[in-house]
Design a protein. Structure first.
Length: 131
């Protein structure tokens, strides 16, 4: 069993395919999500209209009901700042939200499960790239 944190991009991809969020990791994984990922998903709800908005809202609520949400706290802020500085030093800037997800994973000793490759460039961040 692995301790994993699901990346927002992976969750958005799963939503579009209407896949279960739990199908994104091994059935034996201890799954969590960063609070910033919920903000990204809720941003999608706010931008949607009509029927699509209701479907997106239900998707987010399903995630919040079943997957623990990890907070952005002082320790996460310290790791976030370090990752921000280190990614700048190596010339591989990343989005602030991705760095917060990575920092949350480091603090909570989790592997980032993602569909994008940029996380692997961050020092000290363990990554599992899927579909």
């Amino acid at each position: 069993m692995g301790r994993v944190i699901l990346d927002s991009a992976l969750l958005i991809k799963a939503e579009r395919r209407q896949a279960e969020p739990f199908a994104l990791a091994s059935g034996e994984d201890d799954i969590a999500i960063a609070a910033i990922s919920i903000a990204e998903l809720l941003h999608g709800v706010e931008r949607a209209d009509g029927r699509h908005r209701a479907l997106r809202q239900e998707w987010v609520e399903q995630i919040v009901r079943h997957i623990p949400v990890k907070s952005y706290d002082l320790e996460t802020a310290r790791v976030h700042a370090r990752l921000l500085a280190e990614s700048g030093r190596i010339g591989r800037t990343r989005g602030a939200h991705d760095l917060i997800i990575a920092a949350t994973a480091v603090v909570d000793d989790r592997v980032v499960v993602t569909s994008v490759k940029g996380f692997a460039e961050l020092p000290g961040v363990r990554v599992r790239v899927v579909g």
